[in-house]
Ligand binder design. Sequence first.
Ligand code: 5GP
Length: 291
Amino acid sequence: MYMGMPPQLSAEERNAALEKAKHSRQVRSVVKVRVKSGELSLADVFKLADTDPIVGKMRVAELLAALSGVGKIRANLIMERLNISSTRRIQGLGKHQIAALISEFVPSISRGKLVVLSGPGGVGKSTIAAYVRKHKSFWVSVSSTTRKPRPNEKNGVDYFFLTDQEFDEEIARNHFLEWAHFAGSRYGTPREPVERVLASGANVLLEIEIEGAKQVKAQTPEAILVFLEPPSWEELVSRLEKRATDSEQRRAERLALAQEELAAASFFDHRLVNDQVENVVKKLLSLASAH
Ligand code: 5GP
């Protein structure tokens, strides 16, 4: 017999092998049915896989696709995002990958709410965000941007200030939940902290411009999109005029853009008029608990 040839099996041995394969298929299909019905959670299956090699040899993609509401396509997307190869078997998963998969599928009741606050530049989104930051039930995301810091802004607090090259790298690594161009710079929401906080059960607020808000909704339909409107157009103009840190040309650009942005309001789940900060904050908090 040459090396590498399959072993010669007697009829009896062949039957035994076929029986074994059939048994494995049956075990895996029972696991899938129990996962689909919600009887077994992902964590339960990972525990089973520790002691049962048949479960351990199951492909991760097959397991995820069995979860109710998760098809093959979504299973593949999730695995790609978590850097798990599409042919990986459960027994080949690392500790971090297991933890990431489990937190991805924490039942939606205990997951935090993702609230996206958007609206025209100058309407006062960042003031609202600063107030929301004081509430324990909310975590406010810190964005990355290629814009230069303003005099009193701190790296890691107001934004992560990145070079164009660094921003490109973050895009290439799929590190942004969304990103968009705004007034000559790029802005993006780092994905990982948002997912970590949501999985822990706390709510997350993103204060971002409109294109980014649309991207979030496309990826995460359960996100709550809130459009902040100025009490009046005149009020918005006067707020933008007061922005001393902007140059004349920048102010004009922002005004033209704000006009376009106001037209996007209908895309949002909720519209709030920014009459009084406390009022808006109260409504935002109650939206998150009502949904
Ligand atoms: P500013 O330069 O005045 O701080 O922000 C300009 C605009 O960028 C604001 O409308 C702000 O909401 C938006 N923005 C801030 N961070 C992000 C982000 O991560 N993604 C997107 N799409 N927009 C952002």
